[in-house]
Design a protein. Structure first.
Length: 481
């Protein structure tokens, strides 16, 4: 490998010399292929190969020089979590524990006088999570301000540990990216760029957000004024507790607005919303004595907040990691179509591991996304968080529901994810090309007209500075002094 890298550098040198100019050269490395030994890495393949940049140096023929380059994220590989030397490392400048700085210190020391840069680092602002990291610096599940604070601290670590520079990943969000715990659920994969999945953390690393739509379709704020001019459809009207229901969508979410008879009635009387897109059902929504047996997804808004539940037979986690691999308990009968069993949806973050040297056994790691965060999505508000999914005030209740929460593998072609008992995934088209929506509020059982849309092959989006922009601007200014 190193001889191949040297040959490539020689080729670059010849090309640059021919043009009569020179610039610094490097090759990109990553933590899994660093030259250090990691006795506490649970996955042998992640410490199997080393590529050592200290074996390379620029000759006089290349005055631009050579530097070592690494992509260093704080959450992977797992030895960053389990190596005592990193866990116990205290930053010399303030005495605080910081495993990320501990790894940077060891890597920088290995390279001696050689120039080293961190050419990628950062954490994403997604709702979903793919891996946990020390000091809470996980691969996702961060607000925009929280992610910026973490990025700012890592940039400071990089500077203080003697690196030549650090490059924050990345400028703008990328919808097409994939990650290990969502990639099998986004089908067909060639259409991933046509919709936005908040569970896919890799699509949320940007300093600039690429939000769905040419402008924001709905701002969750409990006001609801935009609903008469945003293209929404009235899907139900009644004289009961829920007077009107409206629906609209963009490339990332299904939006609902409920106009209620009484102010904030959800605080005393739960409201349950059912969604039916599959060919099948689940014997009735939770807590409703059988209302809407066709529904396979439910959201309940009540005094304790908002909760998402799925029929067990559409939950891919139970098939892949319960029935097939036995990483978590599941009864085969629960996975039968129409079993009537409702479950809290979760993401897998790590399969069971054994840490070498310490022999510590780590069970399967899971993260629930069944509790929907409540609050505004108005970027001008101090309470803004782009992960908020429910807000309400007075007689208005607003929801924005990620398509992946409803079981979609690709909303742009109306495809629903179908998990199979062998762990594979297939799809089916939305039943009737229209999603059924029902509402239970007290004694009112309201079946709406449902909501449908035509497939799309082009997307609209708009950009905005994420809420952490001022934090990062100040951090870059400090690093440049």
């Amino acid at each position: 490998m190193e001889s191949w890298v040297a040959s490539m550098l020689d080729w670059c040198a010849a090309l640059e010399a021919k043009r009569g100019w020179s610039r610094p050269l490097t090759f990109t490395n990553w933590v899994t292929a660093d030259p250090l030994q990691h006795a506490y890495e649970p996955l042998p393949k992640e410490d199997m190969v080393s590529i050592d940049a200290t074996h390379l140096a620029a000759t006089k023929r290349w005055p631009g020089g050579f530097f070592a380059s690494y992509h260093v994220y704080p959450y992977y590989p797992d030895f960053l979590r389990y190596t005592p030397a990193y866990q116990l490392y205290r930053r010399p400048w303030d005495g605080k524990l910081d495993p990320y700085a501990g790894y940077l210190h060891a890597l920088r020391a290995y390279h001696g006088k050689q120039v080293v840069m961190v050419t990628e680092f950062g954490v994403p602002t997604s709702l979903g999570l793919a891996h946990r990291g020390p000091l809470g610096r996980g691969q996702g599940a961060h607000s925009e301000r929280e992610a910026a604070r973490m990025d700012a601290q890592m940039l400071d670590d990089i500077r203080r540990e003697g690196y030549a520079g650090g490059m924050l990943f990345e400028w703008v969000d990328e919808w097409f990216k994939l990650t290990w715990n969502t990639v099998e659920y986004q089908r067909p994969p060639g259409r991933r760029q046509l919709w936005r999945d908040p569970l896919n953390n890799e699509a949320y690393f940007g300093v600039i957000a690429a939000d769905p739509g040419s402008s924001r379709v709905v701002t969750l704020d409990g006001n609801g004024n935009e609903w008469t001019r945003n293209g929404s459809q009235v899907i139900a009207e009644s004289r009961g507790p829920v007077r009107e229901a409206r629906a609209v969508k963009d490339e990332g979410y299904l939006y609902l607005r409920l106009r209620l008879e009484k102010r904030e009635s959800w605080r005393t009387q739960p409201i349950t919303i059912g969604f039916d897109a599959y060919r099948g059902g689940n014997r009735g929504l939770p807590g409703t004595r059988g209302f809407d047996p066709r529904a396979e997804t439910s959201i309940t808004i009540g005094p304790g907040g908002a909760r998402l539940r799925k029929a067990a037979w559409i939950d891919p986690l139970l098939f892949q990691y319960g029935f097939l691999r036995h990483f978590l308990p599941v009864r085969p009968a629960d996975l039968r179509l129409g079993s009537g069993v409702w479950v809290e949806p979760r993401q897998i973050l790590n399969r069971p591991l054994t840490v070498p040297r310490s022999r510590r056994r780590i069970p399967v790691e899971l993260q629930s996304y069944g509790t929907l965060q409540w609050g505004t999505t108005d970027p001008r508000s101090p309470g803004f968080d782009d992960r908020h999914l429910v807000d309400g005030s007075g007689k208005v209740l607003e929801l924005r529901i990620p398509f992946s929460f409803l079981g979609f593998s690709d909303p742009s072609s109306l495809q629903m994810l179908v998990p199979n008992r062998d762990g594979s995934m297939s799809t089916q088209t939305v039943h009737g090309n229209r999603m059924g929506i029902s509402i239970a509020a007290g004694l009112q059982h309201l079946v709406t007209r449902g909501y449908g849309w035509d497939p799309w092959n082009r997307v609209l989006w708009h950009e905005r500075r994420k809420a952490g922009w001022p934090i990062l601007r100040a951090a870059f200014a400090r690093a440049a002094r």
